[in-house]
Design a protein around this ligand. Structure first.
Ligand code: XBP
Ligand code: MG
Length: 229
């Protein structure tokens, strides 16, 4: 595989961030006086719905929690506070990158392979994750950063990948997506981008048929970036 660009998913792929997202949701629910609590089992199910606002609405509609109907109109406000809390947790240094991520991005930048982000989370969360790990200088070298703010439909829709391809000015087969989840795979596949899956903690039972390769992580999977001659 000689990709001209690597398109990275964020949550679950760059880092195992979902436990911090879950923590931020639960802290926020408490702050709003709600007795909602997302344990790991429930959160694993809720992750099938990408994007925190969509996920919260889906929870209210399917789990019928106490106070659900009266808070449906406050989902945006709840989510805004959750984003602040998630940022505080990230800034407190509670996260590290998954194996092989930093060196792969460094190698791509050194060898002129383009890089992009395709994520269902918001731009501010991407900025904070980079600030807390590789640094914003690294993010500034990316050729495209496509986030929930930029599209109407997040994953599994393909809008985020189509936008990334447009900004990269490349054909799908010239790129490689790096994803961790079934909905991420569906999103990239829908845009005809080949997908390397690095399975994340919450997505162990996902269905990955149609992926180019599936590995536990970039390092143990021995993924090497080949530079086109
Ligand atoms: C995974 C997601 C995100 C986070 C929550 O995104 O679904 O929605 O769980 O983020 P990725 P927000 O495409 O990077 O795997 O609460 O900021 O929406
Ligand atoms: Mg992901």
């Amino acid at each position: 595989m000689f990709p001209k660009a690597l398109i990275f998913d964020v949550d679950g792929t760059l880092a195992e961030t979902e436990e911090l997202h879950r923590k931020a949701f639960n802290l926020t629910f408490k702050e709003f006086g709600l007795d909602w609590f997302w344990d790991q089992k429930l959160y694993g199910e809720l992750l099938k719905v990408a994007g925190g606002q969509n996920r919260t609405r889906h929870f209210i509609e399917t789990s019928n929690p106490a106070d659900g109907p009266s808070f449906i109109d406050q989902v945006a406000e709840i989510h805004k506070r959750k984003t602040q809390k998630y940022g505080e947790l990230l800034t407190a240094g509670e996260i590290e990158l998954r194996p092989g991520i930093e060196s792969l991005i460094a190698q791509a930048h050194k060898t002129g392979i383009k890089t992009a982000i395709s994520t269902s989370t918001s731009r501010i969360n991407v900025d904070r994750l980079f600030a807390a790990t590789m640094g914003l200088d690294v993010l500034n070298k990316f050729d495209a950063v496509c986030c929930s703010n930029d599209v109407t439909s997040v994953k599994p829709a393909s809008d985020l990948y189509l936008l990334a391809l447009d900004q990269l000015e490349l054909a799908p087969e010239e790129c490689l997506a790096i994803e961790d989840s079934e909905i991420g795979l569906a999103s990239a596949k829908g845009a005809s981008v080949p997908v390397l899956i690095t399975v994340s903690a919450y997505c162990r039972d996902d269905e990955f048929s149609g992926a180019w390769k599936i590995m536990d992580d970039l390092e143990s999977g021995g993924f090497k970036l080949q530079i086109s001659p």
